[in-house]
Design a protein around this ligand. Structure first.
Ligand code: PEP
Ligand code: MN
Length: 303
């Protein structure tokens, strides 16, 4: 038995069968998320004010994008770190999303209560936008949270790979979600914690993008912001964060999750890795350029 089928036996619901070359995915709130598509989710790592949210949505709309990220609940290393505005920001985040026609917002949840809070605000406001529930790397093996995200089938799940566990363990964690009945899952690469990755914050693992698409039916997201952790540039003024983003896209990533802020120095969480709105505009152009190259590249190998 080869290595592929060894893993496949452990993840029967999300695994792609040997010799199955179909593309998989799902549609949510009119956006198709698939192993063939590509979406950029730029937005606030941590929501800090209504005006920051609005500035991001305005830019995202200007750039003709339909998705965003918005952190309301933050998992922080220190209990004294900013924990997010939590329920206090949900109303205006969703209202503004509706106003700017943002279809899907990726939002991290740390407990089942957060899913309920998001659901109740969206329902109260008559669903102005959709939400993709994000499971952060620190909760990659929080099995009760995984089960809770799987029990509900309304919201798709953005599952972030655990930063200190094997790929096989993370895939089995994603299987927990499918096993409870929710198969709208996107698998996110966000880099691994390692002493060998410096000066990057995490060891970039985007070379696994095609591997996960081969092993599973899940679309793959990359998070260049958390992988690189800073905006240092090379001699051509291109930052490692942009290069990592391009590396993921050229190998077929279906989504890129990017921290942006109208004034990154004022961002309450992860400022050093956060793009301002002009930098984001360049990242979007660069991403489209690389995505087109990927589509051209695919033709070379078409059988
Ligand atoms: C985030 O995306 O805001 C985040 C906390 O990421 P991670 O779980 O990958 O650290
Ligand atoms: Mn973070």
């Amino acid at each position: 038995m080869n290595q592929t089928s060894n893993i496949a036996n452990k993840i029967p619901l999300i695994a792609r069968a040997d010799n199955d070359n179909k593309s998989y995915g799902f549609t949510y709130n009119s956006i198709n998320f698939s192993q063939e598509g590509f979406e950029i989710f730029g937005g606030l790592n941590a929501v800090d004010s209504r005006s920051s949210v609005e500035a991001c949505f305005k830019k995202i709309r200007e750039l003709n994008l339909s998705c965003a990220r918005m952190g309301a609940y933050k998992p922080r290393t220190s209990p004294y770190g900013f924990q997010g505005l939590r329920e206090d920001c949900l109303d205006y985040v969703f209202e503004l999303a509706g106003l700017y026609n943002i279809k899907v917002i990726a939002m991290e949840v740390l407990s089942e209560k957060h899913i309920e809070a998001i659901n109740s605000v969206l329902t109260k406001l008559n669903n102005p936008c959709g939400v993709m529930l994000q499971i952060g790397t620190r909760n990659a093996q929080n099995f009760e949270l995984l089960k809770a995200c799987g029990r509900q089938t309304e919201y798709p799940i953005l599952y972030k790979r655990g930063f200190g566990i094997s790929l096989e363990e993370s895939l089995q964690a994603a299987e927990y979600i499918a096993n409870e009945g929710n198969n709208k899952i996107i698998f996110c690469l966000r880099g691994m914690k390692s002493n060998y990755s410096g000066p990057h914050r995490n060891f970039v693992d985007f070379s696994l993008t095609p591997t996960i698409k081969r092993l599973t039916k899940l679309p793959v997201c990359i998070d260049p912001s958390h992988s690189i952790g800073n905006k240092q540039t090379d001699q051509n003024n291109i930052s490692d964060l942009f290069h990592a983003n391009a590396a993921g896209i050229i190998s077929g990533a279906n989504m890129s999750l990017v921290d942006i802020h109208p004034s990154p120095k004022d961002s309450l969480v992860d400022g050093p890795q956060t793009l301002d709105l002009n930098e984001f505009e360049i990242l979007v152009k660069d991403s489209q350029f690389v995505r087109n190259s990927y589509l051209e590249r695919k033709k070379l190998f078409f059988m």
